[in-house]
Design a protein around this ligand. Structure first.
Ligand code: SF4
Ligand code: SF4
Ligand code: SF4
Length: 153
């Protein structure tokens, strides 16, 4: 996960206060603590010149958005990007046996775990085996994560 300086570098750095914070650095600290989202910085959302940074920040914190769907949380700040969960997840292996499932870059968007910029993101969480009608208590990703970054709530 990025540190506060890396997050700050992606903000407009104008200290315009439109977000209600006194500085962009204060906003970066709150963003890291998940108290705000990239959408809470109006210039970042509205101005074309910040579009790429907005997308990067949104992606960085995208795992949090998946919590409500299946209960899967990736604590991005604990993730080292090792990729163990990508290979361990049976859904990833089934969807992409020669790519993500064998430790290589994903060749399909159907995988659940994907390492982006050194941190894992959770996608297609509705495919998780703990979800839906025939759910089973799969713990493959939790067990394989060396930093306990994955949790189900
Ligand atoms: S709205 Fe954005 S640019 Fe303005 S102070 Fe807040 S974080 Fe910085
Ligand atoms: S619980 Fe199992 S199926 Fe669900 S994301 Fe983790 S490894 Fe994949
Ligand atoms: S196993 Fe844990 S540390 Fe490794 S990529 Fe997955 S969530 Fe991150």
């Amino acid at each position: 996960m990025a540190n506060v300086m890396e997050i700050y570098q992606l903000l407009p750095k104008t200290n315009c206060k439109e977000c209600g914070k006194s500085t962009c650095m204060a906003f970066a600290v709150d963003l890291l603590a998940r108290k705000v989202t990239a959408d809470d910085c109006p210039p970042l959302v509205k101005e074309d010149k910040y579009k790429a940074n907005y997308e990067k920040l949104s992606e960085m914190f995208s795992s949090v958005a998946n919590v409500s769907e299946t209960g899967l949380i990736v604590h991005a700040e604990k993730c080292t990007g090792c990729g163990n969960c990508v290979v361990a997840c049976p859904v990833d292996v089934a969807a992409d046996p020669h790519g993500a499932g064998s430790g290589k870059a994903p060749t399909t968007d159907k995988v659940i775990f994907k390492v982006v910029d050194g941190v894992v993101t959770a996608n297609n969480v509705q495919e998780c085996r703990r979800f839906g009608e025939n759910k089973i208590l799969c713990v493959a990703c939790i067990d394989t994560c060396p930093t306990k970054a994955i949790e189900f709530v």
